[in-house]
Design a protein around this ligand. Structure first.
Ligand SMILES: C[S@@+](CC[C@H](N)C(=O)[O-])C[C@H]1O[C@@H](n2cnc3c(N)ncnc32)[C@H](O)[C@@H]1O
Length: 283
């Protein structure tokens, strides 16, 4: 029987090696392993994966086997050869073609969040985020770091939408929003939550307010715009006039800012909201 000391040592190893599990997931996603296996008509052996992805034989074998041990892939041995296919988890959440794919969110976590977490001790020592060390931009300018290239902006915006594709409907259904004809989603990103909102509450009109660059991206793939139930407004929610609304949604916004900035933003909303008590903060 395992002693309490064995258990503690096991836990210690789990904690200290946890980042390797994330990296296996991120690497397989980035290399397109799950997309390739989702598109293949039958399970593939590692030589076929190597040929299609252009990766090294040894590295690919190790990655595929580790994915199998993490239940991200299924493996079947035939004629002494291993053949791999996606598990339910990876075909649902990791392959590009799935309607609830989380691929962009994972890539954002890998390229942005993970790099910042590498500086956690400094963050605690200094009491501030580590975007300067990780990306060379001042820590106050959080979104300059996240949006450091057009590709990263797109990935982040798509990643946010992917999360709502899984839980947006249940979050919005937790409140009855039908009594609010005009809703404003402040910092509404690509508009996924707003789209879900107009589909759940057909009598509501929702305006997505975000920075000009994000609004431009969001408008690119939005057929609901023509129906007039979804609108976009660009600006800076700390400075520019806010669209009038009966209800303001702040989803995953307040955690980005200092208490002073949040209290300034909430005061601005309170002055514009009619009546003033309808502010929902999902953060
Ligand atoms: C963490 S994301 C959350 C997006 C969205 N609410 C969601 O839950 O998917 C924060 C959003 O705030 C936007 N944002 C950041 N600073 C802003 C500002 N000063 N004015 C308007 N939007 C801003 C970002 O572009 C981004 O879309």
């Amino acid at each position: 029987m395992a002693s309490p000391q064995d258990h503690a040592y096991h836990l210690l190893n789990e904690y200290s090696n946890g980042f390797m599990v994330s990296q296996v997931l991120f690497a397989a996603c980035e290399l397109g392993v799950f997309d390739l296996l989702a598109e293949a008509p039958e399970p593939l052996d590692s030589a076929a994966v190597v040929a299609r992805l252009g990766t090294s034989s040894h590295g690919t074998e190790l990655l595929l086997d580790t994915c199998a041990s993490l239940k991200l892939l299924k493996v079947e041995v035939r004629g002494g050869k291993a053949f791999y296919q996606n598990t339910e988890l990876s075909s649902t959440y990791l392959s590009r073609g799935s309607p609830v794919s989380q691929r962009n969110m994972l890539l954002y976590t890998a390229r942005t969040t993970y790099r910042c977490w590498g500086h956690l001790a400094e963050a605690v020592r200094e009491g501030k985020n580590q975007y300067l060390q990780a990306f060379g931009v001042p820590s106050e300018e959080l979104f300059s770091a996240i949006y450091r290239s057009e590709g990263e902006r797109l990935r982040f915006t798509r990643g946010l939408q992917e999360v709502w594709s899984v839980c947006g409907r249940s979050v919005l259904a937790a409140f009855d929003l039908s009594q609010f004809p005009l809703i404003c989603d402040l910092g509404g990103g690509g508009g996924a939550l707003a789209r879900e909102c107009v589909s759940l509450y057909p009598a509501c009109k929702v305006t997505v307010f975000d920075t000009p660059q994000v609004v431009r991206l969001a408008k690119e793939h939005c057929s609901l715009l023509e129906e007039g139930r979804l609108g976009f407004c660009e600006g800076d929610f700390f400075k520019d006039p806010l669209p009038e609304a009966d209800l303001y949604i702040l989803a995953r916004i307040l955690h980005d800012w200092t208490d002073d900035k949040c209290s300034g933003l909430l005061q601005r909303i309170r002055r514009t909201c009619k009546p003033a008590e309808h502010v929902v903060a999902l953060t």
